[in-house]
Write a protein that binds this ligand. Structure first.
Ligand code: NAP
Length: 303
């Protein structure tokens, strides 16, 4: 099946293009980007032109930042194309509800991807937790915004979510593996004095769950989730790619390169089966943290 990739930037180059090149389901048939291209692939700078000239491409994968994404998704769905959305699936919950309704009306597939849910050890962690009582859980998600979003001011603009852009990956795992749902009860949000979104956040949830997100960590990066249960301790490290039981390694890999191939395989299944997959539970936690959060002003941030 042919796919058009829209927004040829960091994640398109790092993950989508290699995943598509290795896919038995998908053929990258066109790109749409104002300046980005992929060698050997038909390149368009305008989305409407691609849609008009390439009716043979049934699926559009949107790798744009969240702020412009809704208009592209809406146009693609209205034109009867299947749509795959990078995370977070929109700027707001209501945007995605509208897209879900439109996809149903048009009879096409909409997939709100959560790449971290495809990390190597997530399914094993979910299975292990299924018959436990979780007494406490703590997420530490600390990374360097300059490394992962070099010069990308959109993350600090309204709708960019700030540190919740990576933090939502942890929340996508949490909502996938917890045996019982939790909800945000309090948050502290650290806003750089010159920015509109937080650079760090500490979040409290019901059920003894807490999270520490920070975008100012240089050197080694930390993507850990630690659980205390009635069966003993369990931890997911490396963004869900490594499992630890009782403090000892219990499986997984040291790479994140399996996540995007799994997303495209899932999208192929959804299209073949005429289904959509729209899960907003990670984004509900972000919206609630932004609603309940106490704002603290911290030092200005510049790339
Ligand atoms: P990016 O490199 O800043 O943006 C991707 C491309 O989108 C840009 O190269 C640009 O291409 C196009 N674009 C940017 N703003 C636009 C606008 N206002 N209108 C139309 N096109 C626009 O961002 P990214 O890091 O790839 O992130 C994109 C999405 O992937 C985000 O939702 C992010 O959360 C997600 N993601 C990122 C990472 C990561 O490590 N960075 C990891 C996983 C997921 P042109 O200028 O050529 O049009």
């Amino acid at each position: 099946m042919k796919v058009a990739l829209v927004g040829i930037g960091k994640i398109a180059r790092d993950q989508h293009v290699p995943a598509l090149a290795a896919s038995g389901d998908w053929e990258l048939a066109a790109t749409v980007s104002r300046s980005g291209t992929v060698d050997g692939i038909a390149a368009f700078t305008d989305f409407a032109t691609m849609m008009a000239e390439r009716p043979d491409i049934p699926m559009v994968s949107l790798c744009l930042p969240p702020q412009p994404r809704f208009a592209y998704a809406e146009a693609a769905l209205r034109a009867g194309r299947h749509v795959m959305l990078e995370k977070p699936p929109g700027q707001t919950l209501a945007e995605v509800h509208a897209l879900e309704t439109l996809a149903r009306t048009m009879g096409v597939t909409l997939y709100t991807t959560w790449h971290s849910r495809m990390a190597e050890a997530v399914a094993a962690a979910k299975a292990w937790l299924a018959d436990t009582v979780v007494r406490r859980a703590h997420i530490t998600w600390r990374e360097d915004v300059r490394k992962w979003h070099p010069g990308q001011d959109w993350v600090f603009e309204p709708g960019g979510m700030g540190v919740f852009d990576p933090g939502i990956n942890a929340l996508s795992i949490l909502t996938e593996i917890l045996p019982a749902p939790v909800h945000v009860t309090a948050a502290v949000l650290e806003f750089p004095e010159n920015r509109d979104t937080p650079i760090a956040a500490q979040i409290g949830f019901s059920g003894g769950v807490s999270a520490d997100f920070d975008w100012r960590q240089e050197g080694p990066q930390t993507w850990d989730m630690e659980f205390e249960t009635d069966k003993g301790p369990m931890a997911l490290r490396m963004g869900g790619n490594r499992l630890e039981l009782g403090g000892k390694p219990a499986g997984g890999v040291n790479s994140i390169m399996g996540e995007y191939p799994a997303l495209y395989a899932r999208m192929a299944d959804l299209v073949r089966n005429g289904q959509s997959e729209v899960d907003l539970s990670p984004m509900v936690h972000v919206a609630d943290a932004l609603t309940l959060g106490k704002r603290v002003t911290v030092a200005a941030f510049n790339f």
